[in-house]
Design a protein around this ligand. Structure first.
Ligand code: SF4
Length: 445
């Protein structure tokens, strides 16, 4: 349970020595309570206070890491229920299933397909995170052989799924160094699974149909020495899973209920591929740490990763590109010059349409603190002075021999002022970027 400023104050040295950079111990205590200071800033705090305050200031949802190296997946350690209150920190891991009972050719083909699920969106590479290897064969040596194959041939993290502790042990014998997530523990086998997880230093999931049972089992697993636990409420109902995920998050954040203070993994209820991706998107919003899907077609996975990218950006910091002059294709001194703002989504939409037009061009991304054209205009971040300065800074005059500037149709109202300020002829382009290919092929020429 979080402590109040006064409760923290009682545990501090109360010497007001200012070594922490605050005027008094009380001021430091108040900032600590608001998470605006760190306990380590006070060099004189006692060991007893450290242990009390350390436990009280532990994150309400445990951070769990799966995998090793660059593609390690971290889930949990979230502080808020709603993204706009602060932001969500650790993106939901997306896992795709791979059954160990596929024949060699089908297995390797699916593995290759999963490995290739990478996309570029608004200038950022997005891809899935995990492969969930399922022991559908029920055979220990098959599971171990497939686990080794996956471990040797993927850069992604791994989930090993089996209810058999013996089979799990066999598979871990080939890939424990990759720190896979152990999936398959329940009320019957948790003890054997926890022993393996502790021995191999791997995180593990615990599955149960109710939150009460999950809370009971996490206590037992912690008692067995495993600290990295992932919750899995077993249900075939989207509604029930969504309610469970929300209750887990609320219990951890609002009630400081440590037994449920772990990230959650969820499989999708049965359904067609579109339903599966729709459910996964909903679980991602509230509040799955990992979603496991069967779908592995790019048209299914790209929308899911797009949803994730949108949820896990900082709502207080618009995603921006560097404000500067960009060249699309082999632009020459006769190429058109367009401007837009440096809001990533706007910029990359314009860039994509210019590319599609096959007309080499210059795009000036005007710095508007990452806001879109209309938002920037209405906030007076996009006016003739800003545009004129951006043009001068970019030295566009030295790159083209004409003096024609295509402006977004949404700010046609600025055309006369820009023309007057810059002495360039202003051409009003389309209102939507989708109109650019036709505009560049017909009107510009
Ligand atoms: S360093 Fe510690 S003892 Fe000194 S003022 Fe800060 S909180 Fe108080």
């Amino acid at each position: 349970m979080a402590l109040t400023g006064l409760e923290i104050f009682k545990l501090l040295p109360k010497t007001n020595c200012k070594k922490c950079g605050r005027a008094t111990c009380l001021a430091f205590a108040m900032q600590l309570a608001q998470k605006k200071a760190e306990l380590k800033d006070c060099p004189d705090v006692s060991e007893e206070a450290k242990s009390v305050l350390g436990a009280a200031s532990a994150p309400p949802i445990k951070l769990v890491t799966i995998g090793s190296g660059e593609k390690q997946v971290s889930i949990g350690e979230e502080n808020v229920l709603f993204r706009h209150e602060e932001k969500f920190y650790n993106p939901t891991g997306v896992a795709i299933t791979l059954s160990d009972d596929l024949d060699d050719e089908a297995f390797n083909e699916r593995l290759k397909k999963i490995n290739a699920l990478k996309f570029t969106r608004v200038g950022t590479e997005i891809e899935i995170d995990l492969i969930a290897l399922q022991n559908n064969s029920g055979d220990a040596s098959k599971f171990a052989e497939r686990a080794k194959n996956v471990s040797d041939n993927t850069h992604l993290s791994i989930i090993l799924e089996s209810k058999s502790a013996d089979n799990m042990k066999a598979a871990l014998g080939t890939c424990a160094d990759k720190k896979p997530l152990i999936y398959g523990a329940n009320a019957e086998n948790w003890e054997a699974m926890a022993t393996i997880a502790k021995e191999k230093n791997c995180p593990m999931t615990i599955s149960a149909p109710t939150l009460e049972e999950l809370a009971d089992l996490t206590e037992k697993i912690k008692g067995a020495g495993v600290t990295e636990i992932v919750l899995n409420q077993v249900s075939e109902s989207t509604k029930e899973i969504l309610q469970g995920l929300t209750k887990i998050r609320r219990a951890a954040l609002k009630k400081a209920f440590r037994q449920l203070g772990f990230p959650a993994l969820t499989y999708m209820p049965n359904g067609n591929p579109i339903q599966e991706i729709t459910s996964a998107s909903a679980f991602m919003s509230k509040y799955a740490g990992i979603v496991v899907v069967d779908s592995c077609e790019p048209w299914q996975i790209m929308p899911l990763l797009t949803v994730r990218q949108n949820i896990f950006t900082d709502p207080q910091k618009p995603v921006q590109v560097e404000p500067k002059l960009y060249e699309v294709g082999q632009a020459t001194e006769d190429s058109p010059v367009l401007f837009t703002t440096n809001f990533s989504l706007t910029y990359y939409t314009v860039e994509g349409e210019v590319e599609a037009s096959r007309t080499p061009a210059y795009i000036l991304a005007v710095g508007t603190e990452g806001t879109s054209v209309l938002t920037a205009y209405s906030g007076d971040k996009l006016n003739e002075d800003v545009i004129s300065k951006a043009m001068t800074d970019s030295k566009i005059e030295e790159k083209v021999k004409h003096k024609k500037l295509i402006i977004p149709g949404l700010v046609a109202v600025l055309s006369a002022k820009i023309q007057e300020k810059t002495n360039w002829e202003v051409l009003v382009g389309p209102k939507e970027a989708s109109g650019l290919p036709t505009y560049l092929k017909t009107t510009w020429h």
